[in-house]
Design a protein around this ligand. Structure first.
Ligand code: MOS
Length: 763
């Protein structure tokens, strides 16, 4: 009967493969016009002239907007926007000035009758610039960079500055190395798209690729100075997001401006090439990790310093995060320096901070284990902690040691030879490596409306999103169990800002945030049914107390005598109710103060999971990842032959969708480990990698068998559902596991991502 825990197929699976699931760009409107942006061809400078005369005369062109004629928008104010529970991908609103901040910046938009006409005319716009020198080299820029002042998280990102030097110097063993990671680009399958429709001057609807419809709505209300209730954002299906659709980018605002200017619906879909310049990137990092250990192999201190860049946003790649959480080291020093580069804003990209941070930390840990002549897994077990030594809080639930044990067994870690270059298969060196993974577990306030009809059908509504992750399905599973009805009876509506507010689908927080609210809404609905039954003389349950009643199979049942029951259908029929509906808000005590997007539908008593003990714990998910790699002796070609990935993420709601999340994450981070890199031309500041021809991501032949395991032990302190997020943890250790396996295979330590063959063959 229970749906939670079953590996059910996705509700939306058939809609997607049959083309019936409608994505943002597919909501064509009558009388719709098409917009194509004009892009800056310098990395820094001032526009001194834009000649649109020829383009304007081109066939089908309706209008061309530039900084010379565009409407003025409200200047973005990061603090005010944060209070409204929103932000922008970058604090750069289009067409408000003649300044160019990076190559590819959207500096104009052509609106025409057809896409091809708009595209052709956009090519005809002539732009003159007063150019300035681009700065795209992180290493050079870091020479004059200071300490990072601010990140997207409250407070200073610096932790225990200067405290590690003395214990490191006094350590019996010491390892220090610098690891670098490169700029990576967002390339979800579905590029960013917006269809904008104005009704009059003050009412706006957009179909938009949004990981957060509420967040997008409040950003638009702010910039266009509209009442939030007059803005509606719809994002029913997404072809991935990975952080790139968490905030609105210029693309969205251009579509809205264009629709206003031509008083018609306008569609703006960016091209794959524009994805390379206008929707944020993962910033490059240079991380120096210093580890100290005593004679027995206990770590005495870690210093993790990161140099990176920030631009046009407060976002910081928080690479020190895993160092803060993993290992029982008494002293942890985490510092950041930030340079400025003439590049678009760094932004959230799957496992931001944690993935590049774990590459550095978990490579250094491997290096220390070799230095100590210890098995790297044993070294990790020896230094394991169940306590956050920086926050000084115990972990709410933590089964990392089980991850290590189960992973080692499933992977066959015992095959591994301690010394490198011991295992050869023909011309291939074979090696085994592993790494720990950690990611924070976060919940946000969420409201859910649930409606039961007399025929036993349930409809669940919330302004959450399904990025392709399985939200529709796990919401239905939770609602089915909360009401004791079959999974097939439940329909789910998501991705519409007119529904009860839900948070951004990012930071692996959708399972964490939305499902507790679904469960509480189901409970409230049962209570409403009980109230009807208890008051009804014709009910078997007449006069009983709420506590005496349970539920199963679409019925309320007396706990002490299961022969006494009343079905939802009869209760509703006798009460003359076709539907019964309730809306509930789940408020985690760890959530920040409620913003204006917070829900209107708090019912009756405080939510049952107002987990008052939550402030006593640090919440995280954990994992261990193992890699087998083969390295061609003569060519340096790396093949990943097998991955085992084990996760401690609380209760598993749906093994199938959870497993798919992990498989996706492993592949994602194989890309980060071996191939993904955005390369810039230092002369012009433009990305030289502009398409999938040169920005490489893994293809089928790059993907080995991926063996996925879940500990599946509930976290009772986290939420009533006892389930944490699985979106990001699955790949966080992969780059280090692969780098460590390459060292085990070849004896060559590569400290710079991606781990390409030139680096393996070098000196
Ligand atoms: Mo993600 S980077 O949490 O969308």
């Amino acid at each position: 009967m229970a749906s939670i825990g079953k590996p059910l197929d996705r509700i939306d699976g058939k809609l997607k493969v049959s083309g019936l699931a409608q994505y943002a760009a597919e909501f064509n409107q009558p009388n719709m016009a098409y917009a194509v942006p004009v892009r800056a061809t310098v990395a820094k400078g001032t526009i001194t002239g834009m000649d649109t005369a020829a383009a304007s005369k081109s066939g089908g062109v309706i209008t061309i907007l530039t900084h010379q004629n565009a409407q003025k928008l409200k200047a973005p104010d990061p603090e005010a926007m944060q209070k409204a529970d929103t932000s922008l991908g970058e604090f750069l609103v289009p067409l408000q000035s003649n300044k160019v901040e990076y190559f590819g910046q959207l500096i104009g938009v052509v609106v025409a009758e057809t896409y091809e006409q708009a595209r052709s005319a956009a090519e005809m716009v002539k732009v003159r610039y007063a150019k300035e020198k681009p700065a795209v080299d992180l290493k050079v820029a870091l020479q004059t960079a200071g300490r990072t002042q601010k990140s997207h998280r409250p407070g200073s990102p610096q932790v225990n500055e200067g405290k590690a030097a003395a214990p490191l110097a006094a350590s019996a063993h010491r390892v220090e190395a610098t690891y670098t990671t490169v700029v990576e680009n967002h390339h979800p399958m579905e590029p960013h798209a917006t269809i904008a429709l104005w009704e009059g001057a003050d009412k706006l609807t957009i179909y938009h690729t949004a990981q957060g419809v509420m967040r997008s709505k409040f950003a638009l209300a702010f910039l266009f100075d509209l009442l939030p209730e007059n803005v509606r954002v719809l994002s029913p299906y997404l072809g991935g997001g990975f952080g790139s659709k968490g905030n609105n980018w210029t693309q969205c605002h251009l579509a809205v401006m264009a629709a206003k200017a031509v008083a018609r619906p306008v569609k703006l879909v960016i091209t794959r090439q524009m994805m390379a310049t206008t929707v944020g990137r993962r910033s490059a990092t240079m991380q120096t990790v210093s580890l100290g250990a005593d004679a027995q192999g206990k770590m005495t201190a870690i210093r993790h310093h990161t140099g990176t860049y920030q631009n046009l946003a407060a976002f910081l790649e928080l690479t020190g995060a895993p160092t803060q959480t993993l290992y029982a080291t008494p002293i942890k020093e985490i510092t950041y320096n930030s340079a400025r580069l003439t590049l678009c804003a760094p932004t959230f990209m799957r496992a931001p901070g944690y993935a590049p941070g774990c590459f550095a930390l978990e490579s250094a840990v491997d290096e220390m284990a070799y230095k100590l002549k210890m098995d790297p897994l044993q070294f990790r077990i020896l230094n394991h902690t169940s306590f956050d030594t920086v926050e000084k809080l115990p972990f709410s639930a933590e089964y990392l040691l089980d991850c290590y044990r189960i992973g080692a067994e499933a992977f066959g870690w015992s095959r591994r030879k301690m010394e490198p270059r011991q295992n050869k298969q023909g011309r291939w060196w074979v090696g085994y490596g592993m790494a720990s993974a950690v990611y924070h577990a976060h919940r946000s306030i969420t409201a859910v409306r649930i409606r039961l009809t007399a025929d036993g059908k349930v409809h669940v509504m919330t302004a959450s999103q399904d990025l392709g992750t399985g939200t529709y399905t796990i919401v239905a599973q939770t609602a089915a169990d909360a009401l004791g009805l079959p999974f097939e009876n439940v329909t789910v509506e998501l991705g519409d800002s007119a529904l009860p507010p839900a948070p951004l689908s990012a930071g692996s927080q959708t399972t964490s945030s939305v499902l507790p609210a679904v469960m509480l809404a189901g409970e409230q609905l049962r209570k409403d049914l009980m109230a009807l039954a208890i008051a009804d003389g014709k009910s078997d349950l007449k006069g009983q107390s709420v506590d005496a009643i349970t539920y199963a199979d679409g019925k309320l049942v007396l706990k002490s005598d299961v022969s006494k029951s009343d079905s939802y259908r009869s209760i509703m029929r006798r009460a003359n109710r076709e539907t019964i509906e309730t809306c509930v808000t789940a408020v985690p005590v760890t959530d920040r103060k409620m913003g204006p997007s917070s829900p209107p539908c708090m019912v009756g008593e405080a939510p049952a999971d107002a987990n008052a003990d939550a402030k006593k714990y640090a919440f995280n998910v954990f994992g261990a990842q193992f890699a087998e790699v083969w390295v061609d002796e003569e060519l340096g070609v790396v093949k990943v032959k097998a991955i085992t990935s084990v996760h401690d993420v609380g209760r598993i709601i749906n093994e199938k969708t959870a497993r798919s999340q992990v498989i996706g994450a492993v592949i994602y981070h194989i890309g980060q480990a071996l191939m993904e890199e955005t390369a810039f031309d230092p002369r012009y500041g433009n990305p030289a990698t502009r398409s999938f021809a040169d920005y490489h991501v893994p293809v089928q032949l790059d993907v080995p068998p991926i063996d996925v395991h879940f500990i599946n032990k509930p976290d009772p302190h986290f939420a009533v559902t006892e389930a944490k997020g699985v979106g990001e943890i699955g790949g966080i250790g992969i780059p280090a596991a692969i780098a460590n396996a390459i060292f085990n295979a070849t004896g060559k330590r590569v400290r710079d991502l991606p781990l390409t063959l030139d680096k393996l063959m070098a000196g």
